[in-house]
Design a binder for this molecule. Structure first.
Ligand SMILES: C[S@@+](CC[C@H](N)C(=O)[O-])C[C@H]1O[C@@H](n2cnc3c(N)ncnc32)[C@H](O)[C@@H]1O
Length: 399
């Protein structure tokens, strides 16, 4: 029998969105795989293909940690399992280590386990620092700042029925790089809003197009999606916006990106002014990846939010009707549209049942192989709990 390789992914806040991105990424690389989700925050991927090892976490906006699965053990055997599998090689004299647990244990219990491991190490003349936190899950910040992956290790424990899956972290999300790309760029537009770079990456990955295919953002704003596509290696990138200033901002941000993150130059001619309801140019494209107009911020008034959702639905139906003509065969539209949360009620744009009339269909965000709870009305979404506007992510193709 072929050897099996197993890797774990600690998922971002919107679990279904993260899972959809991982599956899209693996499908694109033609790796055969199966998945399971032992607890909400974790996805485990099994494959006979060793290439799974080469997954670059920096290309997956929805993954917080990537880890190798070492095996399974019983609850009362975790200590022995860790000692046997994590004992550092003889050249190490000082190490830092930490433990994250998903679905089991309290911080107190983890602390005790960490203390026991540390004592065992010190008896064998290995000086070890145990890094604990207020939570049972160590964040990327704690892991990075304490150099756990350079000078030691992080143990991952996951409860699966009456067994414990044990993993070792390989890499964590580069939170500094995301923050630099988000807040370091010269032009920001807080009025219209900008998509977080992580979500931009997820949406690009959901399109499943290859890096030699064409990607177009017709509501490019200050250029976040174009910037992330550029860093993911896409070479044929186009962007447009109705607003002249936004095109100037996009150009300034992309020039900054080229200087600071070694990105490629996107020709100026690929960035142009266009009202998508009456396009100035037809870009024949393999994927449209875009975050459109999010509407006025409405926090309290349910009626106003409903009126806004209705008029935005009309706007998006017209826009989608135009952009679908730009798709090459098998082309995809990945679009983020807003929904509103007013006094804990969710108000969605009433357009799903009218997509067929304009020749578009919604692609299933996840395969039937895995049962993942989808939020809201059953589509992928991205929503920060402190915000009144969320984004529904639709993947569309021509009928
Ligand atoms: C939420 S912003 C997009 C932000 C962008 N994703 C970013 O991260 O910078 C929406 C953009 O849609 C543009 N827009 C609104 N109506 C438009 C239309 N009819 N045609 C093209 N662009 C339009 C606005 O100018 C705005 O820049």
């Amino acid at each position: 029998m072929e050897e099996k390789y197993q890797f774990g992914f600690a998922l971002g806040r919107d679990h279904a969105l993260s899972i959809a991105e991982i599956c899209a990424h693996l499908e694109k690389t033609h790796i055969k795989f199966s998945i399971n989700q032992p607890v909400d925050e974790i996805l485990i991927v099994t494959s006979e293909n060793k290439d799974l090892e080469f997954i670059n976490i920096n290309n997956l906006g929805g993954t917080i940690k990537l880890f190798r699965i070492l095996g399974k053990t019983k609850l009362n055997n975790i200590f022995e399992f860790v000692i046997k599998n994590f004992y550092p090689n003889q050249t190490e004299k000082r190490i830092n280590f930490g433990i994250s647990s998903y679905g089991l244990g309290t911080t107190k219990e983890l602390y005790q386990l960490g203390k026991n491991i540390k004592e065992y190490f010190s008896k064998s003349s290995l000086s070890a620092r145990f890094v604990a936190s207020q939570s049972t899950i160590l964040s990327s910040v704690i892991i990075t700042e304490n150099k756990l992956l350079d000078r030691g290790f992080e143990v991952i424990l996951i409860k699966e029925r009456d067994e414990i899956i044990v993993g070792q972290t390989i890499s964590t999300q580069d939170y500094k790089a995301y923050s630099f790309r988000d807040f370091g760029r010269p032009r920001r537009d807080d009025l219209n809003g900008m998509i977080p770079p992580k979500l931009a990456q997820i949406m690009i990955n959901l399109s499943k197009i290859n890096t030699d295919q064409i990607l177009y953002d017709p509501f490019c704003g200050s250029g976040t999606i174009l910037q992330e596509a550029n860093l993911l290696g896409y070479q044929k990138i186009y962007g447009s916006d109705i607003n002249k200033q936004q095109i100037r901002d996009t150009k300034a941000n992309l020039a900054w990106l080229k200087q600071n993150c070694y990105a490629n130059k996107i020709p100026d001619d690929n960035l142009f002014i266009s009202d998508i309801l009456n396009p100035s140019r037809l870009v024949k494209t393999d994927a449209i990846v875009s975050e459109g107009y999010l509407g006025e911020p409405i926090r309290k008034n349910h009626e106003k939010a409903t009126v806004s959702a209705n008029s935005l639905a009309e706007f998006y139906l017209k826009a989608l009707n135009e952009i679908k003509n730009m798709l090459n065969t098998n082309g995809k539209i990945v679009i983020a549209i807003p929904f509103f949360i007013v006094q804990k009620k969710y108000i969605y744009l009433p357009l799903l049942d009218r997509l067929e009339q304009i020749g578009l269909k919604i692609e299933k965000p996840l395969s039937d192989v895995i049962k993942v709870k989808l939020p809201g009305r059953g589509n992928l979404s991205y929503h920060r709990p402190d915000q009144f506007v969320g984004r529904e992510i639709l993947v569309l193709s021509a009928l």
